[in-house]
Design a protein. Sequence first.
Length: 545
Amino acid sequence: MAVLIAGAWPYANGELHLGHLSSLIPGDCLARYFRQKGEKVLYVSGSDCNGTPITIRAKQEGVVPKTIADRYHASFQRCFAKLGFTYDCYTRTDTPLHHEVVQNIFKTLYDNGYIYHKKTEQMYCSHCAQFLPDRYVEGTCPHCGAHARGDQCDACSTILDPVDLLDPTCKLCGHKPELRKVEHLYFALSKFQSQLEQQYQHANNNNDWRENALNLTRRYLDEGLQDRAVTRDLPIGVTVPIKGFEDKKVYVWIEAVSGYYSASVKWAKEHNQDLTEFWNEQTISYYVQGKDNVPFHTIIWPAILLGIGKKALPTHLVSNEYVTLERKKLSTSRNWAVWAPDILERYDPDSIRYFLLINAPETHDADFSWKAFIESHNGELLGAYGNFVNRTLKFIEKLTDFKVDASQVDAHIEQETQALYTKVGQLIESAHLKAALGELFAWIRSLNKYFDEQKPWQTITTDPIAAHRTLNTCLFSIANLTQLLAPFLPFSSRKLEKALHLNGLKWETLHCPGKLPEHLEPLFERIDPKQIQIERDRLTRQQTM
């Protein structure tokens, strides 16, 4: 089975924050899990280096857009590496190959009759003397009344055109823009209404998409799909490959999603691999992003694929809700955010991964608070998992006559462990990662209870055989937890893999390791609760900087 995992492309105009990480971490968990199962996996993503937010940031700093894109692309790569992301290809949208692939897609759509010429009106700022990219126009959303950009309302997730906005203003100068006639190319999205209805019904019947993806997509389909402009007057981006439009750029909403395919092409070229097995109608694909990106992945990208004759439509939509911070909405403009480079400097990556997964906003918004984060680390990772591993391995280390013996493993625990692989695997494959991790930590708590009830510290003197059975059962459990938790907590699993002499991690029941474990330092260190207030104070000070 071939599995394509497509992670959303962050804009290279600012640092990653916890909201980004929360929406992207599920992709790495899925990639690690399917590789452990022995499936063929292609995990791709990259930095969006062509978007208007980058040119805005560049103007603010008085530098060229490439300077901004280079800075944050490099930062994203460092952050993802520290978090253990296992991309097969992480690239960027300003590479010659990406431009070539996007132009080929665009030209194919044009040749197939799905892109047509249309005279329309576009916002023009006479004060700045330029046509305005959609993100350069801001105003009031006509649907919900919230402040919105010209391309999309973040409050209600409606895809907009700048002419839809009430009271529009130019983001650059604050003046009111005017409408001027201009010719653009349009994508005949309306022609795909019937096919996208079928895709929606299939996803709905099979529970393959998150509820937010189903609801938002249903709303767009009920309203009737509208044709959308695919060219814009932008300073950077992919040049339109159609005669007469060479001075325009491919609109970002069609260009950025095409990055999943261009990244796949890049991987195939570099590794001399066949791309078709990851881009056909049998491919299982997971598209991983926040809910604000849903319509681009359930409506626009499938329509593009249908328009160029590819039937590799998204099968699973892993679309998280939003993350709030200390009960308040994240705000990058007000610096109310926990930035990824910052938290990764001071905390264990497995602690970050665990908290963002066990508190994932899979069905509703979730809050990040420093109190909850530190208590989660101390209580679950250290107090439950770390404690079980530490007490078992330290006890074994003290015994001179202990022998690893798979035949001594408790039959009930062995049976429950086998069942856990099936149950947790099914939850992961249906993208219920929060529930999957919850099952594993419920099992860890039951193993701690088993250790307490068996009292090996007493039976080692009264009934040594019983004590050794207990310890072999616990060693068996730790070896299997190493595998079961590897998609979620790869760093601690790597330490245990080495200490237990395991020969690679798989998704199948593992019998007791063949050798005595090596000495292992505690998996996790306790975080002083005083750090809670220190971090809160840091967050408050950060807003004034």
